[in-house]
Design a binder for this molecule. Structure first.
Ligand SMILES: [Zn+2]
Length: 411
């Protein structure tokens, strides 16, 4: 571990020092996955100038200046930064969802943790306090650390309905009328969120769903404000209705029925993106049923000791096993997996955008988080991200972007 952290430190200081030397840093000897789908390059050379990856290729095939700073990475792997297209910040304190969790410190810890695990951009898809806009701004100035924030701001839910999570009143809008929804969209648009989120789900029949008049108003007003809309969905019929009304992103798997040709057809016709979030369903039972997954060092380092202890306790297992919704959650997870396969088979235009896309630069894929939004569209925020990995270790960093922000190990 020490050796790894030393490398992270060298990389961090190298990026700061780059301006005073030739400005060129070379990573040499690592296996390199470039994110284009091409086979990995076994012994690679990756050249960074300033905050850009300028060349990638096989050792001996890539030229770089003699006075470049060369960092040997034999035995390691370099891959593009991972983009989390649907995450949430500041919801958990210790082992609990809490309405007072959305603090600067809690959000910062999560963002630093993401970055250490190779996630270099994340979309916080709703349930954000307005603090998120300040933090995003500080990141852009280089004074706040962690993975690059994209945000849907608060998001639009239902009074006494989804999302049924304890959050502060200023973390989610719950409009009662279409007019109120439009006013709230306009209010949020002033902060320039990256996307708008809405929830359309009855949570296994437990809550009232959002009135179609309200989600139509949210979608229409968002589009008028130049914003795209991502919807939390569960049901196939809802997904079809939302797409007919202009939604841009399905933010979860369809989990009640197999996706059919009609859905695939309208998704292709409207270029709708699909974020499967399989882990959301699986996490409801996997730790209780398969505790072996928690023995992985990579996992252990990610989770707080209290949470690890909770997941490992007989009480937790009993609670999961006796949850009356458990069979439904498992069926939903299985359906989500099956539907992901269908989407995968159905071709490029509706395939999950798991690959990073570059707007410019010498190599597509690598450094793709530079100028890539979590939803695959191009954005203006630039930083070159990379990830140097070794089994079971957290080892990621970035060039440029937040180079002035303090970098930190949480443990
Ligand atoms: Zn969500």
């Amino acid at each position: 571990m020490k050796k790894l952290f030393a490398i992270v430190f060298i990389l961090a200081s190298a990026s700061v020092a780059a301006g005073q030397t030739s400005g060129v840093i070379v990573f040499k000897g690592a296996q390199l996955i470039d994110g284009t789908g091409a086979p990995p390059i076994k012994k690679s050379v990756l050249v960074i100038e300033g905050d850009r990856i300028t060349a990638v290729g096989k050792e001996g095939k890539v030229h770089y200046p003699k006075n470049a700073r060369v960092i040997e990475l034999e035995g390691r792997t370099i891959m593009p930064g991972i983009v989390n297209g649907h995450g949430h910040l500041g919801l958990v304190v210790g082992t609990q969802n809490r309405a007072d969790g959305y603090s600067r410190e809690n959000v910062e810890n999560a963002l630093v943790q993401y970055e250490q695990y190779g996630v270099t951009s994340m979309m916080s898809l709703g349930l954000n306090r307005d603090l998120i806009y300040e933090l995003r701004e500080e990141q852009r100035k280089g004074t706040f650390p962690g993975t690059t924030i994209f945000t849907a701001g608060r998001g639009f839910g239902v009074e006494s309905g989804a999302p049924p999570i304890p959050v502060a009143a200023d973390q989610v809008y719950r409009p009662r009328t279409p007019d109120e929804a439009r006013t709230q969209v306009r209010e949020m648009a002033q902060h320039h969120p990256d996307i708008v989120k809405l929830w359309l789900d009855d949570m296994y029949g437990k809550y009232p769903k959002m009135d179609p008049e309200i989600y139509r108003a949210v979608i229409d007003e968002s589009h008028k404000q130049g914003l795209r809309v991502a919807a939390h969905v569960f049901y196939l019929a809802d997904a079809k209705a939302l797409i007919a009304d202009g939604v841009d992103v399905l933010a979860h798997s369809i989990r009640d029925l197999p996706v059919d040709d009609e859905l695939i057809g309208i998704m292709k016709a409207h270029s709708v993106l699909y974020i499967p979030t399989l882990m959301v369903d699986e996490s409801a039972f996997v730790f209780a049923e398969n505790p072996a997954v928690m023995q992985d060092q990579f996992f252990k380092l990610a989770v707080s000791p209290e949470l690890l202890q909770q997941f490992d306790s007989p009480e937790y297992r009993k609670r999961v096993e006796s949850d009356p919704n458990l069979p439904k959650v498992k069926a939903a997870f299985a359906m989500g997996q099956k539907n992901l396969k269908t989407h995968r088979r159905c071709g490029d235009s509706c395939r999950i955008r798991h690959r990073l896309r570059c707007e410019s630069g010498s190599h597509s894929g690598l450094g793709g988080a530079s100028r890539t939004r979590a939803d695959g569209s191009s954005g203006a925020h630039a930083d070159a991200s990379y990830c140097v990995c070794h089994a079971g270790e957290r080892c990621c960093g970035r060039v440029g972007g937040h180079r002035n922000a303090r970098s930190r190990q949480t443990r």
